[in-house]
Ligand binder design. Sequence first.
Ligand code: DAK
Length: 261
Amino acid sequence: MSGYENLLLEKEGGIAVVTINRPKALNALNAATINELDKIASQLVADDEVKVVILTGAGDKAFVAGADITYMQSMTAMDGRNWAKLAQAVFNKIENLPKPVIAAVNGYALGGGNEIAMACDIRIASENAKFGQPEVSLGIPPGFAGTQRLPRLVGKGRAKELLFTGDMIDAAEAYRIGLANKVVAPEELINAAKAMANKIMSRAPIAVQVCKSCVNEGLDVDLESGVAYEAEVFGLCFATADQKEGMTAFIEKRKPNFSGK
Ligand code: DAK
């Protein structure tokens, strides 16, 4: 029992697998699900047993087929604005979670589904995954930061093509343009995500966390500010036990045993 209506939570060996679980609506995001994602993000931050998070969708058809269209159909302008702000805040929280988050994209990742995948650090796609921002076919633009994260990931021209046409692309194309980090057979998806999570967990946790914050902070500021931030946190890492262990292990020609301190 996860204590959530629309999410499943499974924890094992430092990895938390969060599954968005509304398969009848292809895991579309309604307000209740967004609120639960907010809650679970706080829970995962506070849980010291959790080192890496994997986000996926229930069933074999969809990761998340978007924001729930039935829920949005009768919204007013103010409802729409508040809805976008609520989900944007939750997606920002996921993006800045102080632990790596891997999206295991197991089918349709459309609209809000692609947007939540993009808020994750890394996207592993199954061969049957499909990505797209079809909002213009519904009379709206993306509202969960798709117009901002997509060009940052795939570049301005490719992002505009996907946003203007609403076209879906398959996993191979998503990989080619840098939206997906890796493509694997559907039955391999969760194992591939766990293998990557395990590899990340074998590295120095504070150094990984610092890499995440350097990339996230640095991409939104000028290069000079980004490298200045990097220098500060680089210096701080010399106060960690893991820096001493990592370098000593190298010199002693053995594997490091990191403590996360
Ligand atoms: N919302 C609600 N229900 C959905 C859904 C969605 N996004 N996608 C699918 N479903 C439901 C279907 O209605 C259907 O329900 P029943 O008829 O069985 O009750 C069930 O899931 C199975 O779907 P289909 O029967 O359609 O399955 P198919 O295999 O034929 O097609 C499909 C799969 C993924 C191609 C198709 O379902 C589809 O095109 N779905 C809609 C995809 C889509 O357009 N997604 C983008 C949603 S818009 C904003 C805030 C947010 C956003 C924008 C603005 N502001 C506040 C400004 C974000 C918007 C979006 O994400």
